[in-house]
Design a protein around this ligand. Sequence first.
Ligand SMILES: C[S@@+](CC[C@H](N)C(=O)[O-])C[C@H]1O[C@@H](n2cnc3c(N)ncnc32)[C@H](O)[C@@H]1O
Length: 429
Amino acid sequence: MLERVLSLRSRTTQANSEEDVDDESKTRKTLSLTTRFLNQLTKTNFLWPSLFFFLFLLITSIAIHSRNIVCDVSSTGLIHSRFNFFGIDGLDSEFGLLGVPWCRSKHGKTVEWTTKDLIKGIEEFVPVYETRPIKNNMYGMGFDHSFGLWFITRWIKPELMIESGAFKGHSTWVLRQAMPNTPIVSLSPRHPEKYLKKGAAYVDGNCTYFAGKDFVDFGSVDWGRMMKKHGVTDRSLVLVFFDDHQNELKRLKQALKAGFRHLVFEDNYDTGTGDHYSFRQMCDQFYVRGGGHSCFKDGDEARIRTKRRMFWEKAVDIGELCGEGEAWWGVKGQMRDDFNHSNKAISYNEHFQNSRFVESVLDVYWELPPVAGPSLTHQTRYDPARVSSPIVEDGRFGLFQRLGLGSLETSVFNGYTQMVYLQVSKSSS
Ligand SMILES: C[S@@+](CC[C@H](N)C(=O)[O-])C[C@H]1O[C@@H](n2cnc3c(N)ncnc32)[C@H](O)[C@@H]1O
């Protein structure tokens, strides 16, 4: 691979130098023509009127261009102006001010996999994803999180997989692709088979369903009995996947109580967004870079948020971020649960204590990065200034195509919400 990169690089250098030679002769030709043209204008007294006319054209064109950048939000020029406006440098500089929160793990441990492993994984996963039974999984996972779940599961190699929140069964199918012979336990109020009557759905043959009339919430399952049934003696060999829109602090405490260590949360919503309390929200603290938001209407954060809200559907402005008394934590100072059917106002102190608790049980906190940058995927929803660097970075069009990502529909890249993998253990204190 290195050889290929080197040979590509030398080919590019060679091509560039050929272009340079060509460019130089073109410039020379243009210069001599320009000189002759100017001489002619001076002779005929047209030089100054022509210069004024040229200046007028320049000013008009700048005025029209800047108007498009600011106002053309709803037209087809949106994507073009979005990238012209922010550019890659623009993203980086705003990133610093708004910041990206993260949860600190107890001993600073991180995951074993590297970007190289993720890239290799994407290449393998694209053809798998193309065979998915549910092509339109609106309200369920798109490409980024499907890849993340598949990748993490294959890496952990659990003896049992538990899923809370199945919908039509897409995530069950992803788990099955990752581990073809491992049993699954799936909990969901509506059985995926119900969706079969209306269209595509997935029901797994090696899965115990607590669904429909047999539904039991994750917090009420007799896990001891379940482990015995599946012959699992070591609960650290179980992977639990949550996509049930419940308060993640509640789920974390239940998982710890049951002795599970590997947890994946699909909707790790950013501060000010979403229908349940998430780790992202919990770990957005004043001591974290960019945490401790400002609700000041005339402040820098307000200005940046307003601007970004115009370009990214899920970005929130100060009005959406802040509740009464300038409460910015959670969602407007609320701890939401169960698809926002319950929302409880909490104080900053409570919120802060929650974050301390989370960090006291965290061995690893790893947010799946978006698979590719927005200029490649053309996603228009999440704000790239609030996420970590994508696996395939903006500008790497060749890699994007080589991995097969270019053949996927744009809509599959829109559902990214910072899926997170946690490794947890009870705190010793
Ligand atoms: C976003 S969907 C899940 C999408 C699915 N994982 C996928 O990839 O397509 C959320 C699901 O959670 C289910 N749900 C609601 N309350 C739940 C609970 N307490 N426990 C488990 N699932 C729940 C909903 O019925 C719904 O099917």
